[in-house]
Design a protein around this ligand. Structure first.
Ligand SMILES: [Zn+2]
Length: 322
């Protein structure tokens, strides 16, 4: 339920108690429209979670997700009126630290590409994701992983997760494979125009509620807004790809024409800038050796974290000039 003065969102769970590392009572910093969260037990066995909000908000989505690790997802969106000077998608919309969502490809029953010596894509990209998380946390980012263990996560859930986390940037990590064992080097993919139109179909099909504030219920206007959001997101994804490639090139070979457009499903969230990094080819002996080397993966994580810094500082310059 929403309460006002101050604005907050309260979740009461009957017959439950908090079992967290901090104990039964605690609090912490929020992200997006959430300034802070607090949790404590109430009388009658009720566990209460309070989200202190930066602005009057509405519940954009409420849903139970996940199989073996089920979770309740509440998506809150600020009631920013349309036409206000700073649209919801403006850089710097989150008062807290930037949120980077890292997506280690495949996992569990899906091994992904398999190298000649048996190196599995799902293993190298998981380790690369964990190293990148460490490098980003050291730089003060809030980091969320779509998986931090060897488990299968459906593609759609990865996209939903990125949106539910209020991700400012989504980085999906993969390793490629090709019938030509000479193919080698890293590449960065962003959403193609065709992929973007697929995203629109997906939104229509799933009724995704975009972070557009008090969007009019007129379908035509809604489509235009989605289109603008998508185009802006695609631009920003390309900006990050341009920051990322030269840095990746310092620590690994690059595939020729290394910034590519594609319609990968995980890139389809319409409002989260996203790239998919193919870290190399497991079908190439030199790349397989490189990807299997934890030091090489650490160097890649550092390179990517540096690109994240550069991307966000570029946005700040842009916002200051606008
Ligand atoms: Zn893959």
């Amino acid at each position: 339920m929403f309460l006002t003065t101050p604005d907050r969102f309260v979740i009461d769970v009957d017959d439950a108690r908090w079992a967290l590392p901090q104990g039964g009572t605690g609090s912490g910093a929020g992200v997006g429209v959430v300034n802070r969260y607090r949790f404590a037990p109430r009388e009658g066995g009720v566990a209460r979670l309070v989200l202190d909000l930066a602005a009057p908000s509405r519940l954009a989505r409420q849903e139970r997700v996940g199989g073996d690790q089920p979770s309740l997802v509440f998506d809150l969106a600020a009631n920013t009126p349309l036409g206000a000077p700073a649209p919801v998608q403006a850089p710097g919309r989150n008062p807290g630290p930037r949120v980077v969502v890292i997506d280690a490809g495949h996992g569990g029953r899906d091994p992904g590409a398999i190298g000649a010596t048996g190196v599995l894509e799902k293993d190298v990209v998981l380790d690369a994701a964990l190293q990148l998380r460490q490098a980003l946390r050291a730089r003060g980012y809030h980091v969320a992983l779509t998986r931090d263990s060897d488990r299968f996560v459906p593609l759609e859930e990865r996209v939903r997760f990125a949106r539910a986390q209020g991700g400012d940037l989504f980085i999906s990590l993969h390793a490629d494979s090709h019938t030509n064992s000479e193919s080698r080097g890293a590449a960065v993919y962003t959403l193609s125009e065709r992929g973007a139109s697929r995203a629109q179909g997906l939104i229509a099909a799933q009724d995704w509620d975009l972070d557009l504030g008090e969007a009019p219920h007129d379908a035509a206007v809604g489509d235009i807004l989605v289109d603008l959001t998508q185009r802006e997101t695609t631009n920003r994804s390309a900006q990050f790809a341009q920051a990322l490639l030269p840095r990746l090139g310092q620590v690994s070979p690059l595939l020729s024409n290394s910034h590519r457009n594609a319609g990968f499903f995980v890139l389809l969230a319409p409002d989260v800038p996203a790239v998919l990094v193919e870290t190399g080819f497991l079908s190439n002996a030199a790349d397989e050796r490189r990807l299997a080397d934890p030091r090489a993966r650490a160097a890649m994580a550092e390179a990517m974290a540096g690109a994240v810094d550069s991307y966000f500082s570029g946005q700040q310059l842009y916002a200051a000039r606008a």
